[in-house]
Design a protein around this ligand. Structure first.
Ligand code: URA
Length: 435
């Protein structure tokens, strides 16, 4: 390493600005195993306390993006779009948005993660379709985008390996919740995955990293700025995550729900968010319509006509999945228990991340990396926050293969989603869109 790590830590500890060269040297040396974890931990904590300038954050992003392989998507014609959600509960928007864009002639190439803790991951949802593969060679990856117009592949270890190492270290040093570290972590993977333009769904609320709109806006602003400084156009949609998105939480249940939206129906908030994200992506693409209203209409058309659904089915086939499975999609968990209202009133969701944790208890998610998951497990909400309910109404059905988890899951679900005498003020699904 050209710069002694001790001096870089000392500099950041006093709130001084690190140069591009210093940041790059530190990241490449850390990825090569030349910087011990205890020194990098001290650096992360100094960044947590002192922050980073926009330029430092962009330099950190580029250094992490350059730490491993980068996808070159130039063989795919036209502007390539990518979409990223900062993570939430019941977030199946990618399953809907990507075939919509493909049906409109906009190629989207996306790499996604698997779920961890209370947040789900798109790859787990897709892999709940029997036979479907998410790991592809670079050639296959490009080939699928060219053939069908979209792909959602599991992120490979070779892409931004510095982020992988740093994320694991942040996880055990209480330094995850730093806006420059989150912004650079997300954007480094987006830059390495090769898309030209990116729409970010920045979640805010009790089921998200960012709990309030101000911090979500600041995260969005930093990611847009990284885009500016690295030549990528970025739009951020700030969306609500104070309640699970849609009816379903859990992998196969979420595929079922995505198919409802792809068939022209679906829960209102979920459908609205998918339409808005798709519209923003269309307007960033080579196929942009003269007005946002026309773009919105084009999006609704491919949902209502079944064109997007047909492309989703084609993707399943090309990725090796059993498409006939989609024709008979129904809950198949061994144990299914209804949770009923104990009184009349209105449903409330006190904490969306607790709903995510209950789904982990049922087997739908991972408590730690590498844990097995049960594709059938999860929760289907028949009622949504703000809905009027009568004593005895079924609020939700719990799906699991673990009978022993049922009493605790029912108790916790009733606690986190109680029925209250007064209706609480509703929240919009989208707070604002930053360009
Ligand atoms: N998602 C990421 O990829 N990185 C973070 O730091 C937080 C969320």
């Amino acid at each position: 390493m050209k710069y002694p790590m001790y001096e870089l830590i000392e500099k950041k500890k006093h709130g001084k600005v690190l140069t591009e060269d210093e940041i790059r040297d530190m990241i490449l040396a850390y990825t090569a195993g030349e910087v011990p974890d205890y020194q990098m931990s001290a650096m992360l904590m100094a960044i947590w306390f002192k922050g980073m300038t926009d330029k430092e954050t962009a330099d950190l992003t580029l250094a992490m993006a350059d730490s491993g392989d980068k996808l070159d998507l130039s063989v795919i014609k036209g502007t390539k779009l990518d979409k990223h959600s900062t993570g939430g509960i019941g977030d199946k928007t990618s399953l809907i948005v990507m075939p919509v864009l493909a049906a409109l002639g906009v190629p989207t190439a996306k790499m996604s993660g698997r779920g961890l803790g209370f947040t789900g991951g798109t790859i787990d949802k897709l892999e709940s379709i029997p036979g479907l593969r998410s790991e592809f060679s670079e050639e296959e990856f490009k080939d699928i985008v060219q053939k069908i117009g979209f792909i959602d592949a599991a992120q490979t270890a070779e892409l931004a390996p510095a982020d992988k190492l740093l994320y694991a270290l942040r996880d055990v040093t209480a330094t995850i919740d730093s806006i420059p570290l989150i912004a650079s972590s997300i954007m480094s993977k987006k830059l390495a995955a090769g898309a030209d333009r990116i729409v970010l769904d920045v979640k805010c609320g009790t089921g998200a990293f960012m709990q309030d709109v101000d911090s979500a806006r600041e995260l969005a602003r930093q990611m847009i700025r990284i885009g500016d400084l690295t030549g990528r156009k970025v739009v951020a949609v700030l969306s609500d995550m104070n309640e699970p998105l849609g009816h379903a939480v859990g992998n196969r249940l979420e595929v079922m729900e995505a198919l409802e939206v792809l068939s022209g129906g679906g829960e209102e908030r979920l459908r609205h968010l998918c339409e808005k994200i798709s519209t923003e992506m269309l307007q960033l693409s080579d196929q942009a319509r003269p007005t946002p209203e026309e773009a919105g209409k084009a999006v609704r058309e491919v949902l209502d006509s079944g064109k997007a659904l047909e492309l989703f089915r084609t993707y399943v086939t090309v990725a090796g999945g059993d498409v006939s499975f989609l024709d008979d999609l129904k809950p198949r968990a061994e144990y299914q228990e209804e949770v009923k209202a104990d009184s009349d009133g209105y449903l409330v969701c006190r904490n969306a991340s607790e709903v995510g944790l209950i789904s982990v208890l049922l087997g739908a998610g991972r408590a730690k990396k590498g844990d097995a998951i049960d594709p059938e497990a999860g929760i289907w909400f028949h009622k949504k926050p703000g809905d009027a309910v009568t004593k005895g109404d079924v609020i939700a059905t719990i799906h699991t293969g673990k009978q022993e988890a049922l009493p605790e899951a029912v108790r916790r679900l009733k606690e986190v989603c109680p029925v209250r005498p007064e209706r609480e003020a509703g929240r919009p699904v989208i707070y604002e869109i930053l360009r």
